[in-house]
Design a protein around this ligand. Structure first.
Ligand SMILES: Cc1ncc(COP(=O)(O)O)c(C=O)c1O
Length: 418
């Protein structure tokens, strides 16, 4: 018993936690699929699942969905796919952008598919050779319809479809099959007439041109991937066989403006629930006397006696150091302790942040709990202050906010143990 008690205490003293509402994740994906016309999903879990924890989410998806509902999961790089395989994830994985010959040759991972975006990609894959071609389960050609980042230019494919046709044949000869085509929206959150419809048109034209030169025994590749989260709610592309939702599947919108706009157009999106919550335990509450400075550089000097709480989370966990505050500076983001917002003060350090807890209505109770070793949580990314608010306050988008949370935070299912 003594050992179990000690283990329990150790867990309680752990640092910051990302709690994952996996039920919300599944429900969000199902809602998006329904909105998109029951098209299969290929959830995007690159960048550690936008900070949520790719292994936990991938294993959850495997247990929750069928291959018919969810034919693949998507990552950006081959190295991310390898990590998932090493962690025991078996689901087919699609690598959206980055892989090398060396990675493919060295890989023992099965069922990894790739998007090919250029002639260089094609030549590199060809040079892998027939003996090792089995390390790639299949490919899709990525067509640049207006994002102008990666992909074969849609205009060039429309004009010279025979080049792509011959590349597809050459890969086929070494056993690498082309399953379909993809593109990516540049302005998916906006009114579809602004640009997304034009991208859809260019993509369709390129496919039409390719079909017109399609000869040979192999059938025309049927799979089409076009939409990201926002794209799927606009239902842009006829015949899309699967879509790639990222940000909305995590119950998060790009920013507050985009949330307002998309909710006004598609009220059903109000059913999306955030998957991630971030919180950290308070390590101590102590009194800082009037005139005393707080944290590195004494950026904050107390104007009166103030109780200060020290929270176990810092810039090495993903709290921006730019949120450091002097007494007369505006407070952008707060921690929420028992539902009450408290301001950051002084310099945000690598592992800890200080907050002014003086006017918290339950100060005495919180002090007692912390002194007794009970865990008192300070919530950071939470219902009072969701990712879109962080994004707006920090002049960025929710994607960056979510990706900022580092490996050091413990990820665990809501209500679960570490
Ligand atoms: C190629 C590709 N597809 C899909 C997505 C998912 O986009 P979103 O998170 O906006 O749904 C991304 C995200 O960056 C992407 O790069």
């Amino acid at each position: 018993m003594a050992f179990r008690g000690a283990a329990y205490k150790l867990r309680e003293m752990q640092g910051p936690v990302i709690e994952l509402d996996l039920g919300a994740y599944a429900a969000n994906l199902r809602l998006l699929s329904t909105l998109g016309g029951a098209i299969p999903l290929m959830p995007v879990i690159k960048a550690n699942a936008y900070g949520h924890g790719a292994v936990i989410l991938a294993k959850f998806l495997e247990s929750e969905f069928t291959l018919a509902d969810m034919p693949k999961i998507c990552v950006a790089r081959w190295s991310e796919a390898e990590k998932l395989r090493l962690a025991g994830v078996k689901w087919p994985i699609l690598v959206l952008s980055q892989f090398s010959k060396e990675e493919i040759l060295a890989s023992s991972a099965k069922e990894i598919f790739c998007y090919l975006s250029s002639e260089q990609d094609f030549r590199m894959l060809l040079s892998v050779g027939a003996a090792k071609s089995k390390n790639v389960a299949g490919v899709y050609w990525h067509i640049n319809s207006g994002m102008n980042r990666l992909g074969l230019n849609s205009g060039a494919v429309s004009e010279r479809p025979d080049s792509l046709r011959s590349w597809i044949q050459e890969l086929g000869q070494i056993g690498i099959k082309t399953f379909g085509f993809s593109s990516h929206l540049a302005r998916g959150e906006e009114e579809q007439e602004i640009f997304s419809s034009e991208q859809s048109r260019r993509f369709q034209l390129a496919l039409h041109a390719l079909r017109s030169v399609w000869e040979g025994e192999d059938p025309f590749p049927q799979e089409l991937h076009f939409s990201n989260s926002a794209g799927v709610v606009w239902k842009l592309l006829k015949g899309e066989t699967a879509f790639r939702p990222g940000i909305l599947s995590y119950g998060t919108f790009q920013d507050l403006d985009s949330k307002k706009y998309l909710l006004s157009k598609f009220p059903a999106l109000s059913g999306l629930k955030p998957v991630m919550q971030v919180r950290a335990p308070i390590r101590s509450i102590h009194l800082v006397k009037k005139g005393e400075g707080v944290s590195y550089g004494h950026r904050f000097v107390a104007d009166k006696d103030r109780h200060v709480a020290c929270i176990s989370i810092g810039y090495a966990d993903g709290i921006r150091r730019s949120l450091s505050r002097k007494i007369d500076e505006a407070s952008k983001l707060k921690f929420y302790v028992d539902g009450v917002g408290v301001d950051i003060i002084g310099t945000v350090t690598m592992d800890m942040v200080l907050v002014d807890i003086q006017s918290h209505p339950k100060l005495a109770e919180l002090q007692k709990k912390v002194a007794e070793g009970q865990t008192v949580w300070a919530n950071w990314l939470c219902k009072e202050q969701p990712a879109e608010v962080h994004a707006t306050e920090l002049g960025t988008i929710s994607y960056e906010i979510l990706c900022d949370f580092t490996e050091r935070l413990t990820r665990r299912p809501l209500g679960g143990d570490a």
